[in-house]
Design a protein around this ligand. Structure first.
Ligand SMILES: *[C@@H]1O[C@H](CO)[C@@H](O)[C@H](O)[C@H]1NC(C)=O
Ligand SMILES: [Ca+2]
Length: 421
């Protein structure tokens, strides 16, 4: 029996009016390392980065810590067992919620969380990118074009992981944001960022859970004599007999032999040539509407015999989810995670958000603004020094810290991502 803060909170929450939670983690006590296991055999030690237990550079409460990635260009693996397994049920949703703060102006790295189904078979030491998962959810940023909130759900029928079809936006600033995924037994889902819906709808519309409802009729073929051309040459239109009689150029009828022209010295005078206004170029037969044209042939659709609705798409944890974890790669580190909750009640998650994210948010923003004001003043001072005779190079060095190396970073990263994945 552990007498950690999280267990005490657990005891109060179990009696909550709303529902049950399966894990809450606020990382505020030193004991978090006993609840979480770092992946140790997933990658060679030198490729794994260390987690820092800290409130970060700006925060709403100095004593309220989270865990932060702390070494550039490393893998991070960390997992924890749920207090009890979550099994998808027909009357309650699955809610996963956690907060993410990219203090580093993240240029490339994952910041998503995974819900894992393996029970006693789960290998915490080896937990990594290949470990089966039920849900993958949260930010993933690389370069300027790839900035999204992943939503990937396991389809237990096909045993495939399905990526949300339309990209979900993500937050990219330096402040804490709260990510919430809700999967409901009515086969709909919702993604909230800071309690605002950024995507919601039926699971079958947003993920490829089901076969297409209709397919092209395999027995239908375009008739051989189908007329594809909307226009045809006009058979009535024939080339006039005298069409080719006109030359392309004629002697300029307005040109006059100059008065001082001397036939003997200058040779015979010839008028300059001009374009013939009566020349009509190449003859082209007129086009008319084709009376046989019936429009573009459309392949007739029929009901797909392989289509059937699946009432249990929402059952991403059909056989029980037992762990949560992070397995991410980050180029520039400094992402801080906090306030994780896995519950079967949206109200529970909201109440938890009130006590955590929403309670700290304004204080953090205030501290961040002050931090940035101070930084700006320092940068301006540095710039003043430069104008007073400081070297260009020093100043450019300063710019680098402010994110000026983004482009180079992107280039490197794409290459590295390509190798790894
Ligand atoms: C979150 O949104 C819901 C629904 O829009 C609202 O009822 C609730 O009060 C919001 N919670 C917070 C903390 O803003
Ligand atoms: Ca915390």
């Amino acid at each position: 029996m552990k007498f950690s803060a999280s267990v005490l909170i657990a005891a109060t929450c179990v009696t909550s009016a709303y529902g049950e939670f399966f894990l809450t983690e606020n990382f505020n006590d030193e004991g978090w390392t006993s609840r979480w296991t770092e992946s140790s055999t997933w990658k060679p030690k030198g490729e794994m980065g260390a987690w820092k237990h800290t409130a970060g550079e700006w925060f709403g409460d100095a004593d309220d810590k989270g865990i932060q990635t702390s070494e550039d260009a490393r893998f991070y693996g960390l997992s924890a067992k749920l207090d009890k397994p979550f099994t998808s049920s027909s009357d309650k949703p699955l809610v996963i919620q956690y907060s993410v703060k990219h203090e580093q102006n993240l240029d490339c790295g994952g910041a998503y969380i995974k819900l894992l189904p393996e029970g006693d078979k789960f290998d915490a030491a080896g937990f990594g990118g290949d470990t089966p998962y039920a849900v993958m959810f949260g930010p993933d940023i690389c370069g300027t074009s790839n900035k999204k909130t992943h939503v990937i759900l396991n389809d237990h029928v096909k045993d495939e992981n399905l990526l949300v079809k339309k990209e979900v936006s993500t937050e990219t600033d330096d402040l804490t944001h709260l990510y919430t995924l809700i999967i409901k037994p009515d086969n709909t889902f919702q993604v909230l960022i800071d309690n605002k819906s950024v995507r919601e709808g039926p699971l079958d519309e947003h993920f490829d859970f089901l076969a297409e409802k209709t397919i092209k009729d395999p027995d239908a073929k375009k008739p051989e004599d189908w007329v594809d051309n909307a226009k045809m040459l006009d058979p009535e239109d024939t080339k006039p007999d005298d069409f080719d009689d006109q030359p392309e150029e004629i002697a300029d009828p307005d040109a006059k032999k100059p008065d001082d022209w001397d036939d003997e010295d200058d040779g015979d005078w010839e008028p300059p040539m001009i374009d013939n206004p009566d020349f009509s170029g190449e003859w082209k037969q007129k086009k008319i509407d084709n009376p046989d044209y019936k429009g573009k042939w459309e392949h007739p659709m029929i009901d797909n015999p392989d289509y059937s609705f699946n009432e249990e798409m929402y059952k991403v944890c059909k056989n029980g989810c037992t762990h949560v974890g992070f397995e991410i790669w980050q180029v520039k580190t400094g992402t801080l995670f906090d306030d994780i909750i896995v519950t079967d009640s949206l109200e529970e998650a909201e109440e938890y958000a009130q006590k955590t994210f929403f309670a700290k948010k304004d204080g953090e923003k205030k501290m961040y603004d002050e931090h940035m004001e101070k930084k700006k003043a320092e940068d301006e001072e540095a710039m003043g020094d430069m104008e007073d005779g400081g070297g260009d190079d020093d100043y450019m060095g300063g710019m680098g810290d402010m994110g000026g190396m983004g482009d180079m970073g992107d280039f490197d990263m794409d290459g590295m991502m390509g190798d790894e994945f």
